[in-house]
Design a protein around this ligand. Structure first.
Ligand SMILES: *[C@@H]1O[C@H](CO)[C@@H](O)[C@H](O)[C@H]1NC(C)=O
Ligand SMILES: *[C@@H]1O[C@H](CO)[C@@H](O)[C@H](O)[C@H]1NC(C)=O
Ligand SMILES: *[C@@H]1O[C@H](CO)[C@@H](O)[C@H](O)[C@H]1NC(C)=O
Ligand SMILES: *[C@@H]1O[C@H](CO)[C@@H](O)[C@H](O)[C@H]1NC(C)=O
Ligand SMILES: *[C@@H]1O[C@H](CO)[C@@H](O)[C@H](O)[C@H]1NC(C)=O
Ligand SMILES: *[C@@H]1O[C@H](CO)[C@@H](O)[C@H](O)[C@H]1NC(C)=O
Length: 752
């Protein structure tokens, strides 16, 4: 057979030494792939680079159907399937595994095949008791909802473990040490435990097996629930009552997490970027827990590229943002053309690192919890089978001591067109926990991590944004637009600060505006009703008219309470407010460090502070423009404040009469040209980004002049300054505290 036909997804180096190392010469000559015989019955396809070398062809089927071939890659004039199997592409109807394996009862209806939305009901013959879900519906991901129905007798030591749909079981005795063995009907793959043993405690070892078809996936919700409950046992705080006070034990140094991400499938730059975003999301996610794990992060294809190694991590103790920077610096170009998938090498490298750790301190190594998380489609095409390497890691950590078994957690996230059979052998099979997750693509993995945000952990989830994803709103999930219906309608911007409060400017409202005239837009196609609004008690527009200030904007702050709290999601999430416990979490400050002064030091500690605010919204509810500014503090502040005298309606000797300490100042052209606010942007958040989190420090209040009028330009001239209500102002803080800490509808904030 011709060498090329053996090519499995770019296995150049191993199998075809003649052309290995010659990718550049290949791409020079015309090596386009045939255009014939690519169509899929009942579906369509898209091409990443037409018919040229390196193009990825992806098949697409209508809802309720799946493609028998996921994708093809054009390599040197040939379309190659990742699985290596030659199949005629076809869109087939998604089915759920056969539920008729149900024992000692009845399944209605009794059919040959069960398709999406088919409902089944289960009941037991007399003398048997029912457990599980009596009504199950076939879901679009090829799984039945609810849990496996079982008709059992309660006379045995362990409950009847049932027969999950699609499987068959041998073993009908359920007393101590009795064994049951499962298999899945072809072509389904068994995920979970093949063999389960009835244990002393009356529980079965391992996890209930599930039969997955090629097209079966976990939904992000399913995966997030299972992964967080599994992860929680390691990441949750161990607390100890000490003098009536809960002490958080620092687990630093005792939790080593190895993360390996397969970049070989990143045919396109955006997939590569997505893979890095996924790592960031996972790290971010773990950082909400009160543990400080050590990390090793690897990206791999033909070779393994370390982002950070375990021993370096322990020596350098990088912050999360240091790691993010390393990730950012690892660019698509550096990945090269090496698109093999060497999973064995990854596990080998991880074991090497473990050896170093053990060598450094064997006692500490034994006490450490080791977590290995692999993201891959599992189609290893070089370096041999990864299974023996994983077994080596198992032996290395557990030393064949069953008591040490729980010190190792091996997870795999199968992404895309997954080789599930191989992957199931790479994960831990511990009692009642799921270690293998199969998701459709990286976006679903990200969705899953986002779903994992656990409101019960003390640390809130304010200021988390995700940039670079298709949904631009996710980068500004707190952005709000406020409409007030009156003769001369009015628009302002605002920011979601809790699940039921919007922070904005007081001057957006006029006497007589009632709550029912106000609507708030946050997400697309949705507007929110308002319960009430409150203005800062010291706001008084006319307070200084006798001092030559026609309109006086000190304490230009208001809060709008929504009728109902919003449901927090990736495109709807509050911005952080300084001097709160939630922001302590965002800034990764411990309880003792986390003081309001510390927040000010971190966020506003320089004489020039880079910040930003946003313009009005686009139709997708992301901002039209992001405006970059520099707050002038310290010795730079006076000149900025002084220009207030140039505003219309202000005739004062001392500009500080108009711009008190309760304002922040931006604008002007020094040290660089700032952007300025335009009409309709009042009330918007001015914010600083720290440690990857967005923290609001000001509210857009007023400006020296309206630069934007009549032009699309919004860059400052020498004297066009903007003044922002300063959230570090004592009187503004106490106003926020009064209302946000006593939020009875949504999640209240805790102020420091
Ligand atoms: C397309 O399929 C037909 C029928 O199987 C075959 O005769 C023909 O050679 C194929 N064309 C290409 C370019 O593979
Ligand atoms: C694909 O081919 C079409 C027409 O030949 C061309 O217009 C288009 O730019 C090509 N696209 C890519 C991604 O190369
Ligand atoms: C299943 O039912 C839901 C809700 O009725 C519907 O939106 C969906 O299109 C159905 N799916 C299929 C494949 O029929
Ligand atoms: C499964 O879904 C159906 C329809 O959505 C619902 O009626 C049923 O209660 C669900 N079963 C479980 C156990 O969640
Ligand atoms: C090794 O680790 C143990 C437990 O974590 C610690 O008590 C001991 O001091 C460490 N030994 C060295 C040489 O660092
Ligand atoms: C605003 O200030 C003016 C001037 O000091 C005062 O007369 C007026 O009562 C104030 N208004 C409110 C609502 O406090």
């Amino acid at each position: 057979m011709e060498c090329k036909q053996w090519l499995k997804w770019l296995t150049l180096a191993m199998i075809c030494p003649l052309i290995a190392g010659a990718p550049s010469s290949m791409s020079v000559r015309d090596s386009s792939c045939p255009k014939e015989n690519l169509t899929i019955t009942g579906g369509t396809f898209v091409l990443s680079k037409n018919y040229s070398h390196g193009s990825l062809l992806t098949y697409i089927c209508p809802k309720g159907y799946y493609p028998t071939v996921h994708s093809l890659l054009c390599i040197d004039e040939h379309w190659i399937s990742k699985t290596g199997k030659k199949k005629t592409p076809e869109c087939k109807k998604i089915t759920c595994p056969n539920p008729r394996v149900f024992e000692n009862g009845e399944v209605i209806p009794y059919k040959v095949k069960y398709y999406i939305n088919d409902t089944t009901t289960y009941s037991c013959h007399s003398d048997y008791t029912f457990r599980g879900s009596a009504v199950r519906v076939c879901k679009p991901n090829g799984k039945w909802n609810g849990s496996t129905p079982v008709c059992g007798r309660d006379s045995d030591h362990c409950p009847d473990p049932g027969v999950p749909p699609g499987s068959s079981r041998t073993g009908n005795m359920f007393n101590i040490d009795d064994k049951v063995t499962y298999s899945c009907g072809s072509p389904l793959t068994l995920i979970g435990s093949k063999v389960r043993v009835c244990q002393d405690g009356g529980q079965w070892s391992g996890t209930e097996p599930q039969c997955y078809a090629d097209f079966t996936y976990d939904t992000p919700e399913e995966a997030s629930e299972a992964f967080s409950s599994s992860l929680k046992s390691n990441l949750a705080v161990e607390t100890e009552e000490q003098q009536g006070k809960k002490i958080t034990l620092d687990q630093g140094g005792k939790l080593d997490i190895y993360i390996a991400v397969d970049a070989s499938d990143s045919i396109e730059e955006k997939d590569f970027y997505n893979a890095k975003t996924t790592i960031k999301l996972l790290l971010e996610k773990i950082s909400y827990y009160p543990v400080s794990p050590n990390y090793e992060i690897l990206m791999f294809a033909t070779d393994v590229t370390p982002i950070i190694k375990m021993n370096n991590f322990k020596r350098q103790r990088p912050t999360l943002s240091d790691i993010f920077k390393e990730l950012d610096d690892f660019t698509y170009d550096k990945k090269g053309d090496k698109t093999g998938t060497n999973i064995a090498k990854v596990y080998t490298d991880i074991e090497e690192s473990m050896k170093i750790e053990e060598f450094n301190n064997a006692t500490a190594f034994r006490e450490t919890q080791h977590i290995v998380i692999l993201f891959s489609d599992g189609h290893a095409n070089m370096g041999g089978s990864p299974k023996p390497k994983v077994d080596q890691i198992k032996r290395h950590v557990t030393k064949n001591d069953p008591n040490l078994e729980k010190k190792l957690d091996l997870y795999v996230f199968g992404v895309g067109d997954v080789n599930q059979e191989d992957v199931n052998g790479l994960v831990s099979q511990r009692d009642q926990e799921k270690y293998f997750f199969k998701l459709q693509d990286l976006t679903e993995v990200q969705q899953m991590f986002e779903d994992m945000i656990d409101e019960s952990t003390s640390v809130g989830s304010c200021g988390i944004v995700w940039e670079g994803l298709q949904n631009k709103r996710r980068a500004f999930p707190w952005l709000a637009k406020i409409n007030i219906a009156r003769a001369k309608g009015s628009n302002c911007m605002g920011s979601l600060v809790t699940s039921s409060y919007i922070l904005t400017a007081a001057h957006c409202f006029k006497d007589g505006d009632s709550a029912d005239k106000i609507t708030v837009q946050l997400e697309k196609d949705k507007s929110y009703k308002v319960k009430k609004y409150v203005i800062h008690p010291s706001y008084n527009l006319t307070a200084k008219q006798d001092k030559g200030i026609q309109e006086y904007y000190e304490f230009d702050v208001a809060l709008i309470q929504l009728d109902k709290p919003v449901e927090i999601s990736s495109s709807l999430r509050p911005i952080c407010i300084p001097c709160t416990k939630e922001t302590n979490g965002a800034l990764k400050l411990s309880e003792s460090e986390g003081k309001c002064k510390k927040h000010e030091e971190i966020l506003m500690g320089n004489e020039l502070v880079e910040a930003a605010f946003t313009s009005d919204m686009e139709s997708d509810h992301s901002p039209k423009n992001i405006k970059n500014i520099i707050f002038k503090l310290g010795k730079n502040r006076d000149a900025c404040v002084e220009d207030a005298k140039k505003a219309q309606g202000i005739k004062v000797e001392d500009a500080r009469e108009a711009v008190t300490e309760n304002f922040l100042c931006s604008g002007g052209i020094e040290p660089k040209t700032d952007d300025v606010a335009c009409k309709g942007e009042s009330g918007g958040a001015s914010y600083v980004v720290k440690k990857g989190r967005v923290i609001q420090v000001g509210i857009i209040s007023w400006g020296v002049k309206d630069i934007c009028r009549g032009s699309k330009k919004f860059t400052s001239d020498a004297v066009s300054r903007d003044y922002h209500s300063n959230l570090f102002s004592e009187k503004i803080r106490s106003f926020l505290k009064e209302h946000l800490e006593n939020d009875r509808i949504g999640n209240p904030l805790t102020f420091l």
